[in-house]
Design a protein around this ligand. Structure first.
Ligand SMILES: [Zn+2]
Ligand SMILES: [Zn+2]
Length: 133
């Protein structure tokens, strides 16, 4: 079965792994695959998340929790920051069990381009969910 993206009912974090690590809530399944979500621009993604906020998680969503979660994520360091360090992190499941396909040094230029903006040459593979990016 293809994994799908899931959305946290409280903070609307949109990831492939089931539990929201901030709210400790199980996320709700969407019909979007990680592949599709990676092909979306930031704007499309934002619109999609807004759509789910108005439909799927309307009754439980709290913008304050979302703000707190975003601040928390920053304090944890963005997943992309790890490109510059020793290890990379899977953007869909968050696993650090990833391997570099063609070297981590390209990470800086990927960051500069905006990671969701378009298809870029994939340079990492996740050993947990098999995703490449
Ligand atoms: Zn959450
Ligand atoms: Zn993964």
């Amino acid at each position: 079965m293809v994994p799908t993206m899931k959305i946290c009912p409280k903070c609307a974090s949109f990831k492939v792994n089931r539990m929201c690590s901030f709210c400790k809530e199980p996320r709700i399944e969407t019909e979007i695959t990680p592949e599709e979500s990676m092909d979306m621009s930031d704007k499309q993604k934002e619109e999609l998340i807004s759509h789910y906020i108005e439909t799927l998680i309307k009754d439980t969503y709290d913008p304050k929790i979302r703000e707190e979660r975003e601040a928390w994520e920053k304090s944890q360091g963005s997943p992309w920051a790890s490109y510059q360090g020793s290890g990379a992190k899977c953007p869909t499941c968050g696993s650090t069990n990833v391997r570099s396909i063609s070297g981590a040094e390209r990470g800086a230029s990927i960051l500069g381009l905006g990671i969701f903006s378009n298809k870029i040459n994939k340079s990492f593979k996740c050993n947990s969910c098999g995703y490449t990016w």
